[in-house]
Each structure stands twice: as C-alpha cells, then as structure tokens.
Write a protein that binds this ligand. Structure first.
Ligand SMILES: Cc1cc2nc3c(=O)[nH]c(=O)nc-3n(C[C@H](O)[C@H](O)[C@H](O)COP(=O)(O)OP(=O)(O)OC[C@H]3O[C@@H](n4cnc5c(N)ncnc54)[C@H](O)[C@@H]3O)c2cc1C
Length: 396
C-alpha cells in the first residue's frame, strides 16, 4: 500500500518541529514554505527575537534531538522570576521552591531554527521552496505552479494562515490595540538569571536574561505598549529613541539593573487574541495559525510545540484503517488541545484585563492578591509548575 502523504505548510519553528517529529515517527512528510533564510550566530550578535521556552518545550526539543544541536553558550537558564504589580506588590518565584533546576530557558529564534533546519536535512525531509496559493480536494497549488497532493495538510503558516482561510476553518481575532516592542539591552548590573516583569497599568515590561557580551550583562526586552506609543518610538531619530527608551525603562524598573542601553534594532509586533476551529477534513492547524495569546506570559511558541506533540501522538496512535486526514482522528487532536489552549487564553487575557482596569480599589485588590500569593508556598509551587509548562499541555 502506498504511504499516505503529509505536507506541512509553513516552516517557522512550529512547522519545522512538526515535520521533524512526523518524520521521526515514520510518516512520509514534506514541507511547503519559502526557503529558510539562515542564521549566522556571530560572536556578540543575537537574533532580535528570543523566546522563553518552558521546561516542557525544552524536554520536547531534547526528545527530537534538537536541543543538543544548539550552542549552549547562547542559551540562558531562568532560575527565578520577579513580577511587580502597579502599586509595589511583588511575586518572587524561584525554581528551587518547586525542586526544579530552571523555570525556563531564553533562546534565540534563529538558534532554534538553525538546529531544526540541520536536523531536517539529516533526516532528509523534502522542502518545497514555494508558497501555498490554493487548495482543491487536498491538492495544494503553489505560487510557482506546483501541485502537491496530501492526505493531511498541517497548517503551520502563522497568524495570517492562508491554509486556514482556504480550508474554511473558523477563526476569531480580537486586537488588543497594543504592540510588543522587542530589543536587546545592555545592562549595568548583572541579571542573575532572573526574569523581571512589571505591570504598570498602561504597559507590561519584561526583561529576560541573555548571555553577557564582553563582560557586560544583556537582557531582552518585551514591552507591551499601546500601538500609538510603539509607532511614536519607531518614528523617532535613533539617538532620541535610545535616550527616551533608557529613561522610561530605568523609571519602570526602578533602576534594578542600573542604566540600560539599546544594543539592537527595535521591533514592534501587533498583539491579538486569536482562536480557530483547528481542524477540517484532511487539515489540522498548529501554532499561531491555530491560536494566538498575549505575550505577557511568553507562552505562544510553547503552546505551538504542545500542539505538535499532541498531533503527532494522535496520528501515531490512530487505528490502522483510518487515514491521517480522517476528521474523527483530527477531532481527537482538537479535543486534546482544547483545555490547555483555553486555560492559557484565559490566564493571559485575564491578567491583561485585570491590570488594565484603572482605579484604586482594583489596584489595591490585585496587588494584595499578589502579596498573598507570594506568601503561600503551595500557590507558588503551582505557579512555578505553570511557568515550567505543566499548564500549557506541552507535557502529554
Ligand atoms: C512580542 C512577542 C513576544 C513573544 N515571546 C514569546 C516567548 O517568550 N515565548 C513563547 O513561547 N512565545 C512567544 N511569542 C509567541 C511566538 O512568537 C509565536 O507563537 C511563534 O513564533 C509562532 O510560530 P509559528 O511557527 O506558529 O508561526 P511563524 O513563526 O509565524 O511561522 C509561519 C511560517 O509560515 C510560512 N508561511 C506563511 N504563509 C505561507 C504560505 N502561504 N505558504 C507557505 N508557507 C507560508 C512563513 O514563511 C513562516 O515560515 C511572542 C510573540 C510576540 C508578538
């Protein structure tokens, strides 16, 4: 009998991980996506996009054989977190409080992609350097005029998924009206492997630990601000932007890391809350094509890797008589992901809204709740478990 074909459409981290995982599980799989742009990890240069990978995601990449392909010097372990409310409350979480070695790892997007790309080459996964433009009866039509047929098409083509649209899968998007500004900063004081976060009421600032550069501490900034503020920053002259950013970040962080200097370009990404129906006959969505959450908990990619693990498990365990594209099989995948996705959506959106409400009584309540959580060990252990990925469904 001819092997069933799976085509993974899109090759960001989630798409590449899906193709590798399916190949390793024995499926016939190819990728349809523009060729990977490459990443040269030069000394002192860091990819502008970094992710906080949960312990569950790290374990999954380890299982795929990808973790060991990454340069250990470019990975930073997060051993503790400090989260500040808008009137002085602080929640401290340490890995040791839940008998764990690390809470998360900060890893560059380019470094994960490089390792995945290398593994895909070793495993001989076919890569069609092209883009999807149409879909007819599970035949994919590409921009360069190719036609690829597949029993299952996995949509890993990101937030603006063309496949989702072509397959008629339901999709809801709610823009936050905010943008996530990201950049790497040089810090005067050491970060001590601590991830710092401040909820200020009108913005959320995170400073994530990165490798030192020439003896100087480095952190990666994710600052969620209104789109208006982001546009204002992007339109400024570089010197003016540097000075304003350093001043504002110093003020929000209370000088905890000393003076901070911009050491990379500044990028801004619009933030939206999105969900989808996830499956259709012969089609399954993973990663940002399936859902998007606010980056305040740094969990979008972790959720996507959880999708990959669940989908491959469901396909591996399906009855031999059923096709990989059988909707009954794909519904099992959707059901398996429903709870972790809904929980992450609720937690991130809930926190965002809780801190967006102005006024003293609400501010008092949320800061008091943080102080109480900080004093109760079992709540802290549960929060640490979520930070490590036990709540995002990455550990099946
Ligand atoms: C500011 C910010 C900070 C974040 N921080 C974190 C964090 O710390 N931790 C975390 O877990 N998550 C984080 N996230 C979320 C994370 O960035 C995303 O969830 C993740 O990058 C999604 O990966 P993906 O592979 O699904 O999609 P993408 O990375 O968008 O990849 C999509 C791929 O599909 C391809 N493609 C598109 N259209 C077509 C087509 N028609 N045909 C073929 N191919 C196509 C593209 O070329 C691309 O290769 C953050 C997000 C933001 C905005």
């Amino acid at each position: 009998m001819k092997a069933e074909q799976v085509v993974v459409c899109g090759a960001g981290i989630v798409g590449m991980a899906t193709a590798l995982s399916l190949k390793k599980a024995g499926f016939t799989v190819s990728i349809l996506a523009p060729a990977w742009q490459g990443f040269e990890p030069a000394e002192g240069f860091y990819h502008p996009r970094v992710y906080a990978l949960s312990a569950a995601s790290q374990a999954y990449l380890e299982k795929l054989g990808v973790w060991r392909l990454m340069n250990a010097k470019r990975l930073t372990a997060v051993q503790s977190m400090q989260v500040y409310g808008d009137s002085g409350a602080c929640l401290h979480l340490h890995a040791w409080q839940a008998a764990q070695e690390h809470l998360a790892w900060i890893v560059e997007s380019g470094e994960i992609e490089r390792a995945l790309h290398q593994a895909l080459s070793v495993f001989g996964v076919d890569w069609h350097d092209d883009t999807l433009v149409a879909l007819e009866n599970n035949v994919l039509h590409t921009a360069k005029g190719q036609q690829l047929s597949a029993q299952l098409v996995v949509g890993a083509d990101g937030a603006r998924s063309r496949l989702r649209e072509l397959a008629g899968i339901t999709h809801q998007a709610k823009p936050y009206g905010d943008a996530g500004m990201v950049a790497h900063l040089q810090a005067e004081r050491p970060h001590q492997h601590t991830a710092l976060q401040w909820f200020t009421g009108d913005s959320i600032l995170a400073l994530l630990p990165m490798p030192d550069v020439q003896g100087q501490a480095q952190v990666s900034m994710v600052w969620s601000v209104s789109q208006q503020v982001a546009d204002h920053y992007l339109a400024m002259e570089p010197a003016q932007r540097q000075a304003k950013l350093a001043r504002e970040i110093y003020a929000i962080s209370g000088g905890q890391l000393g003076q901070l200097t911009l050491r990379s370009q500044l990028f801004a990404f619009p933030l939206t809350l999105e969900s989808s129906g996830m499956v259709a006959p012969g089609v399954a969505l993973v990663g940002d094509a399936a859902h998007r959450v606010h980056p305040l908990a740094g969990q979008g990619l972790n959720l996507g890797l959880g999708d990959v693990e669940a989908l491959v498990t469901v396909l591996t365990q399906k009855e031999a008589m059923r096709s990989v594209g059988d909707l009954r099989v794909l519904h099992r995948y959707r059901r398996l992901r429903a709870e972790p996705i809904a929980a992450m959506r609720l937690a991130t959106d809930g926190l965002y809204r809780l801190f967006a409400v102005p006024g003293l009584p609400v501010s008092w309540a949320r800061n008091t709740a943080m102080r109480v959580c900080d004093r109760i060990p079992f709540i802290k252990r549960s929060l640490i478990g979520h930070a490590a990925g036990q709540g995002n469904g990455t550990g099946l």
